[in-house]
Write a protein that binds this ligand. Structure first.
Ligand code: SF4
Length: 303
C-alpha cells in the first residue's frame, strides 16, 4: 500500500472538508479508506445527513446523482465519470412515461438503480434493502409498475402478493452467477449457507437459503454462528464480510460476479478527484425537484 498516496488523500480530504462514501462493491482499498462503506440505502442516508462540503462518491453514476438530489448544497464528485450502471440505463424516462400511459391508475416504484430522470417520473423509490417494505406501505389494491429490475421486482411480488407489472431490466453482473455455480459450490461445501442478492436470476434465488441486500448480508453474518457462507452477489462484498466475521469462510458462488463499473475507481483517481475537484455530478434542478419526492420516501421507509 502506498502510504504517501494515502496520506495525501487524507490531507486533501481535510482541506476540502470532504467525505468519502464507497459502495460495498468497490475495490477493497477504496472501501478501507472511505469514511462510510455500505449499500445504496446506507449511502443515501449518509449523503442526506453529511455536514461535509464535498461528497466523493465511489460507486456508479446513479448513486452520485442520488447524493446530488438528497444534498443539493454539496459538491458531489465521482473519481471516474464513466462508471455507470447498465441496469439503470435499461429504461428511459420516455419508456416509463409510455408504460404509465398504458396503466394510468398504477403507482410507479423505481429501484434506486435508475437514472434521475426515471426517478422524477416515479412515485416511490426503493433499494434492495427496503423494496418489500416500500411496496407493502402502498395502498392495497393499487397496481404497481416496478422498474427497472425484473428480478428484484419478482422477489417483491412474491413477498407481498401485490399486482405488479415488471420492467424486463436486469443486472448485467448478477446474470453471470448461474444456478450451476451455486450447485457446484454447495456440493464442495455442503455445510455452507447460501446468501444471494435479490438481483440474481430466479434459478439462483431458488437455491439460496437467504435473499438479502448487501447491508443485510453484513448484519446476517454478524449474528450467525455458521462458519461457511456461499455468496451469490458481486464479489466486492466479501471484503467487508470478512471484516465482520474474520473466523468465517466466504466462498464466492462465481468469480464472474464482478461489476466492471464498480472496479473503475482507483486510489489515483480518488486523489485526482480531491486535488482537482473532479468530476462534478449535476442533475438539472427541475428533474432533481421531482426525483426528490420519490427519494425522500425511500429514505423514510426503513426495513
Ligand atoms: S452490480 Fe449490477 S446493478 Fe450494481 S452497479 Fe454493477 S451493473 Fe449496476
Amino acid at each position: 500500500m502506498d502510504t504517501k498516496l494515502l496520506d495525501k488523500i487524507a490531507a486533501l480530504k481535510l482541506e476540502r472538508r470532504a467525505v468519502i462514501l464507497a459502495h460495498n462493491y468497490q475495490p477493497d482499498e477504496i472501501q478501507d479508506l472511505a469514511d462510510f462503506a455500505g449499500d445504496s440505502l446506507g449511502l443515501s442516508i449518509q449523503a442526506s445527513q453529511t455536514e461535509a462540503d464535498v461528497i466523493v462518491f465511489c460507486g456508479v453514476r446513479f448513486m452520485a446523482e442520488t447524493a446530488v438530489i438528497l444534498s443539493p448544497d454539496k459538491t458531489v464528485l465521482m473519481p471516474e465519470p464513466t462508471a455507470g450502471c447498465p441496469m439503470a440505463d435499461m429504461i428511459t424516462a420516455e419508456q416509463l412515461r409510455d408504460l404509465k400511459s398504458q396503466h394510468p391508475d398504477a403507482l410507479v416504484v423505481c429501484y434506486v438503480n435508475s437514472t434521475a430522470e426515471v426517478k422524477a417520473e416515479s412515485d416511490y423509490c426503493c433499494t434492495s434493502a427496503n423494496a418489500v417494505e416500500v411496496v407493502r406501505s402502498l395502498p392495497a389494491g393499487k397496481k404497481i409498475l416496478f422498474v427497472p429490475d425484473q428480478h428484484l421486482g419478482r422477489f417483491v411480488q412474491e413477498q407481498t402478493g401485490r399486482d405488479m407489472v415488471l420492467w424486463p431490466g436486469y443486472c448485467s453482473t448478477h446474470v453471470f452467477i448461474g444456478a450451476d455455480d451455486v450447485k457446484e459450490a454447495r456440493r464442495s461445501n455442503p455445510e455452507a449457507v447460501v446468501l444471494a442478492h435479490p438481483e440474481c436470476s430466479e434459478p439462483v434465488k431458488d437455491l439460496a437459503d437467504e435473499l438479502l441486500s448487501t447491508g443485510q448480508m453484513l448484519k446476517f453474518v454478524e449474528t450467525s454462528s455458521v462458519k461457511q457462507f456461499i455468496i451469490a452477489t458481486e464479489i466486492g462484498i466479501i471484503h467487508p464480510l470478512k471484516k465482520v466475521r474474520p473466523d468465517a469462510e466466504f466462498i464466492p458462488a462465481s468469480l464472474r460476479g464482478v461489476c466492471p463499473n464498480m472496479k473503475k475507481t482507483t486510489l489515483d483517481k480518488l486523489l485526482a478527484a480531491l486535488e482537482n475537484l473532479q468530476y462534478e455530478v449535476t442533475v438539472p434542478p427541475e428533474i432533481a425537484a421531482k426525483a426528490r419526492r420519490s427519494l425522500d420516501r425511500m429514505v423514510e421507509v426503513l426495513p
